[in-house]
Ligand binder design. Structure first.
Ligand code: PLP
Length: 368
């Protein structure tokens, strides 16, 4: 892996130093652990037809996306926002799916513009969305691949399976500048269902209408590929005949919530934090909600299995049952990795606790 920002004085100063010398709070990720996660998922698909299109939202780091793209079964990158897609295209990723609706004259125009340099497909779930995208494609003179988003129970975006989805596919293929490429859906309502057997049953049931929609479209002569899935369902959705690619995101770096249901992947990322206050056996660290996604579950402190997080405040995490002193640095696994990376503009990469690289998080704050 090539070093990035080689000339940065910050990097030069820190390179080769022990991770504990970093000023906190910072995100740190272990290179070997990342590689272990990427290899594990990729190798799982060595003998199957399903491919991987990792979700950028989980790390927002172009260097990591490029590393993911070097794996044999990884065929492109998923993202949620146009500005994320722009960062990816700028960083050399040439096959992207925005697994989300893109609405707004400025935004669809930007999608059309990046399609001059790369394949950037978009999910749609409305006639209005199709119209906007088609107009932009026509104006810029490109063809944009569109996927109909199908709601299979998450109640977020998407049209109902069956006729409503087929109707939209027909509108897309009749729209100048657009190409109907397939279906997008996400089983987000069950992707982290705690019991594996139950998760499998639920996913297999909820995927049926999506597969029936695929069959209806194929009967009408459409060529269709289907994109779906996440880290919690890679070995369920990824084994369903009729699913072509998976949008797993969290597997790359993981977090404390996902680790409970996916122990086979390593918590490659942690937040290095400093103990800044102590009263009896209760300490406060210098990272809180402004530096850690804590929507799901509780933070885990590496090396202190009895530590108990009392609460996460704006600038502090308050922890009890932990034998540390003011000034000590501790490693906290965030409960939600995807929102955590959105707080930081860079991620320190270590091997054997020695600092090796500094990867920018270009997608930080890419909300539009
Ligand atoms: C559209 C979409 N696809 C896939 C994912 C999968 O992510 P993960 O692997 O983190 O479950 C998400 C997560 O929110 C998503 O919104």
């Amino acid at each position: 892996m090539e070093f990035v920002n080689k000339k940065s004085p910050l990097l030069k100063e820190m390179i080769g130093k022990p991770v504990g010398e970093l000023p906190t709070p910072v995100i740190v990720a272990d290179y070997n652990d990342i590689v272990s996660n990427l290899s594990k998922l990729d190798e799982y698909f060595n003998n199957g037809n399903c491919k991987i299109r990792p979700h950028f939202k989980s790390h927002k780091c172009v260097t990591l996306a490029r590393l993911q793209m070097t794996y044999k079964n990884t065929i492109g990158i998923t993202c949620a926002k146009v500005s994320e897609a722009e960062q990816l295209v700028g960083g050399g990723v040439n096959d992207i799916l925005i697994a989300n609706q893109v609405i707004g004259v400025d935004k669809v125009r930007r999608v059309a513009l990046i399609n001059e340099k790369a394949t950037v497909r978009v999910a749609v779930d409305s006639i209005e969305g199709i119209k906007q995208l088609g107009n932009a494609a026509h104006e810029i003179g490109v063809e944009i691949g569109a996927l109909v988003e199908v709601d299979i129970g998450m109640n977020r975006g998407g049209v109902q399976p069956g006729k409503p989805a087929v109707d939209l596919a027909e509108v897309i293929s009749a729209t100048k500048g657009l190409r109907f490429d397939g279906l997008q859906s996400y089983e987000g309502h069950i992707v982290t269902f705690p019991d594996y057997k139950e998760r499998k049953k639920l996913v297999e049931k909820d995927m049926l209408p999506l597969l029936e929609t695929r069959a209806l479209l194929e009967q009408k002569g459409f060529s269709v590929f289907v994109s779906s899935g996440g880290t919690g369902t890679y070995d369920i959705t990824g084994n369903i005949d009729g699913i072509d690619e998976l949008q797993c995101g969290s597997y790359a770096l993981m977090d404390s919530a996902y680790k409970k249901i996916r122990p086979e992947f390593l918590n490659a990322r942690y937040i290095l934090a400093t103990v800044i206050s102590k009263r009896n056996d209760v300490i406060a660290t210098d990272v809180g909600l402004k530096g850690m996604g804590a929507e799901y579950g509780t933070p885990v402190v590496i090396g202190y299995p009895d530590a108990e997080t009392l609460y996460v405040a704006e600038e502090h995490t308050v922890i009890k049952n932990i034998d540390v002193n003011i000034g000590d640095k501790i490693r906290i696994i965030p409960p939600h990795g995807c929102t955590t990376n959105n707080f930081y503009s860079r991620m320190w990469i270590t091997r054997d606790d020695k600092i090796e690289e500094l990867w920018p998080i270009e997608g930080r704050g890419c909300l539009e």
